[in-house]
Design a protein around this ligand. Structure first.
Ligand code: GLN
Ligand code: ZN
Length: 759
């Protein structure tokens, strides 16, 4: 019998109960017992739903108070020195996650947070010391196994595998290779497996997603060593890989001395034949055929084809699963009360994905079952209706895409010519000062938006409230003496959602939340069909802002790649095509802004780097179409119109060529925290256009001094020719309060003016 299981379920709760409980606890409104109670209820509920949907084997160890990697750090006693005095409890866990602020002495810094592979989930980076010791320090997993068993469930504990855990961490202090810690870490895994076996556990899932990455030879070799050492430990072991193909690691993965292998067939269906060939059939093959990372109903027929092939060879050793943990999909579609029936019939969230997995297993085991056949038919007809729907396929959009020519993504003249035209048109001083777009999103702004959405405030009232905010932002910037002004983005709830709401082809859920980190969740919009812009999206706001000042007002847009990466994409067309459609919609906006007299337009590509595939071999293709999409957006304007872009992260070395190929006249980037270090990449490459390296970190309320920013600018001037240098903060100011914003910008302007005199 093929078996249905899941790699993990979202822990946040269908109504974000965990978020609310965590924040309540942090604010002192809930005590620890009450918080733990919420956790227990959520776990019980999640096991119940998964069992009810028909899964045979339920995951335990997918519940985490903050983050799965952090739980492992506590479990292994990997607690950095600065937290070491504290007892190993929830408060220590939260200190490691969030830091401790202390009025007197600066407090204790949280562990670094970074992205979990190519998802929008963030984990807390383990910190390893050269003399790192590991010991079993945290009983959560065993407690939860007992909890699930007491409820009568068949469970499969889930752990991050030893290699992936080490890979995700960083060596601190003296430089050393963290792989050297493996021998010390493995006994703890052995101990965990023994304890689980004592609890009656049969199968344990060890997640090793790094098997889908380009691994150095030493890490590949370590895989063999590690799993040989674990071989004699009890419990059957299922090694789980996801987010991509095994490729060159396929031989390694299939020959590990473990009892089963899970693979992601959604991302990499092409690896099935090789797997069937290489994985011994006495092992379990778990096929991830239901996409754990998107919101669309599964193409069950296609999944069944794959499963049938595997079933021939693996028979009872075939398991059916989502591609990865369902952590990355929203919880329950039945919660959506405002979506139309047609759209609802095209979607599946975590709960529905469990049902799909169970149905697929049943279809393998009892293909003739009438109920199974009926459910397959329902699913098939939903897919067929979607494939033929005018809501998805819009001939006008397709025609426009087909008509794109090479010159559409090419500015009329090269940068040097454009720069002259722009200098004449804009007459900016040396080291022009500007900001990245947003000003503080105050409680007043949020309240006005809520009232507008609730119908308490009418459209005119809302417009007046936002215009007042814009007028205030313009006044402030004029007083500060900034050179290029922005309208402040008061009217935007979010840089993606705002545009998505104005682009035809998007849909929105009310409860489609996905955990981003800790208690933070995002609710990405859904790209449902072909995308186009029915009407201008920002022109009125920007023109209003421009009407208040004689200084240049910068138009502000979110770029096509960022729109795509921060949405749930379609699966029936490529990312490239969706980016092109977005690019055309945004291109029209850029042209309209120009026609309305706006001389500078910024196209934010905050997520440009995030869209990179996990494997280097696929980078070239991605970078090509992503760059093209940006250029298509930016190239509809005259030479004299200045195009800016903004990116807020600090790794450019490996993509600098593509950043240059985007050919924005000005790029603003995050640099202050790295002391301008990353400008080296721009200099090394002889980046030809203008750059605004951020001179202060907007993530902190701390106000930087004039001297500090002056020093950073002097450093920048050593690396970038003065004529091409701009002055600005690292990123937008929406999360800051006004008083510190004013002070910081005043200092920034003063630092700039001092240098203008000097230079
Ligand atoms: N223009 C946006 C802002 O200023 C950019 C945000 C971002 O880069 N994440 O808020
Ligand atoms: Zn930014």
């Amino acid at each position: 019998m093929a078996l249905a299981h899941s790699l993990g379920f979202p822990r946040i709760g269908r109504d974000r109960e965990l978020k609310k409980a965590l924040e309540g606890y942090w604010q002192g409104q809930l005590n620890e017992a009450q918080l733990r109670e919420v956790g227990q209820q959520l776990r019980a509920e999640h096991w119940r739903v998964q069992a009810e949907q028909g899964l045979d084997l339920l995951p335990v160890g997918d519940f985490h108070w903050y983050d799965q990697v952090l739980t492992h750090s506590l479990m292994f006693n990997v607690i950095p020195e600065r937290f070491a005095g504290q007892p190993a409890g929830l408060d220590t866990l939260f200190s490691m996650a969030r830091g401790v602020s202390q009025r007197c002495c600066g407090g204790t810094q949280a562990q670094e947070m970074t992205k979990w592979f190519d998802t929008n989930y963030h984990y807390l980076v383990p910190e390893f010391a050269v003399d790192q010791q590991f010991s079993l320090n945290w009983t959560q997993l065993f407690d939860e196994v007992a909890e699930a068993q007491a409820l009568g469930h068949q469970v499969k504990p889930v752990l991050i595998g030893p290699l992936t855990y080490l890979w995700l961490g960083k060596s601190k202090g003296a430089a050393f290779d963290r792989l050297e810690l493996l021998e010390r870490l493995l006994p703890v895994y052995g101990e965990i497996l023994h304890k689980l076996a004592e609890q009656g556990v049969q199968w344990v899932q060890l997640d090793e997603p790094i098997l889908a990455l380009d691994l150095p030879a030493s890490w590949k070799a370590a895989f063999e060593r590690a799993y040989h050492l674990l071989q004699s430990s009890p419990c059957q072991k299922l090694v789980a890989t996801y987010f991509g193909a095994l490729d060159d690691n396929l031989g390694l993965a299939t020959s590990l001395p473990v009892n089963g292998l899970h693979v992601d067939l959604v991302r990499a269906p092409e690896q099935l034949p090789a797997l069937l060939d290489r994985l011994p059939s006495y092992k379990v093959l778990s096929l991830g055929v239901v996409n754990g990372r998107n919101i669309w109903r599964c193409d069950l027929d296609r999944a069944l084809e794959h499963l049938a092939q595997a079933h021939e060879r693996f028979a009872d050793n075939l398991w059916v699963a989502p591609s990865c943990s369902l952590l990355h999909s929203p919880v329950d579609l039945t919660r959506e009360d405002r979506l139309d029936d047609e759209l609802l019939s095209w979607l599946a969230f975590a709960v529905q994905k469990c049902a799909e997995v169970a149905l697929l297993a049943k279809a393998v085991n009892q293909p003739a079952d009438v109920q199974v056949q009926a459910q397959l038919r329902t699913s098939r007809s939903a897919l067929a209706r979607r494939a033929g729907s005018p809501r998805i396929h819009k001939p006008a959009v397709a025609a426009r895409l087909a008509a794109i020519t090479a010159s559409d993504s090419q500015r009329a003249s090269p940068y040097a010519t454009r720069a002259q035209a722009q200098r004449a048109a804009l007459a900016l001083p040396l080291l022009p000062t500007t900001t990245i777009g947003s000003f503080p999103q105050t409680a007043d702004i949020r309240q006005a938006r809520q009232q507008f959405k609730a119908g308490v405030l009418d459209a005119q009232g809302y417009q007046q409230a936002m215009q007042a905010e814009i007028a205030h932002a313009v006044r402030v910037q004029e007083e500060l003496g900034l050179d290029v002004l922005v309208h402040g983005e008061a009217e935007r709830n979010d840089m993606v959602e705002y545009f998505a709401e104005l682009i035809d082809g998007y849909a929105f859920t009310r409860f489609g939340w996905v955990q981003s980190y800790g208690s933070r969740c995002v609710k990405p919009p859904l790209i449902v069909g072909d995308l186009h812009r029915p009407a201008p999206m920002t022109v009125e706001w920007i023109s209003y802002a421009q009407s208040l000042t004689s200084k240049p007002m910068k138009g502000m847009l979110t770029g096509p790649v960022t729109m795509l990466v921060w949405s749930f994409p379609r699966e029936d067309v490529s990312r490239e095509v969706q980016a092109q459609q977005l690019a055309l919609a945004l291109r029209d906006e850029v042209v309209d802004l120009e026609q309305a007299g706006i001389g500078i337009v910024q196209i934010d590509e905050a997520a440009f780097r995030e869209g990179l595939p996990l494997r280097q071999a696929q980078w070239g293709r991605y970078l090509h179409w992503a760059t093209e999409a940006f250029r298509l957006t930016a190239s509809g304007v005259k030479d004299s119109t200045q195009i800016h872009t903004h990116m807020c992260y600090s790794e450019f070395n490996d993509v600098i060529e593509s950043i240059a190929a985007m050919d924005a006249d000005v790029i603003t980037i995050e640099t202050s925290r790295s002391q301008m270090e990353l400008l080296e990449a721009f200099r090394g490459f002889a980046y030809p256009n203008e750059i605004g390296p951020g001179v202060y970190d907007i993530h902190s309320p701390r106000v930087p001094t004039v001297a500090e920013m002056q020093a950073l600018l002097e450093r920048a001037a050593e690396l970038i020719p003065l004529q091409r240098l701009w002055v600005n903060p690292d990123c937008g100011l929406k999360t800051r309060a006004w008083p510190e914003t004013l002070e910081a910008l005043r200092n920034m302007q003063a630092a700039t003016e001092a240098l203008r005199l000097k230079w």
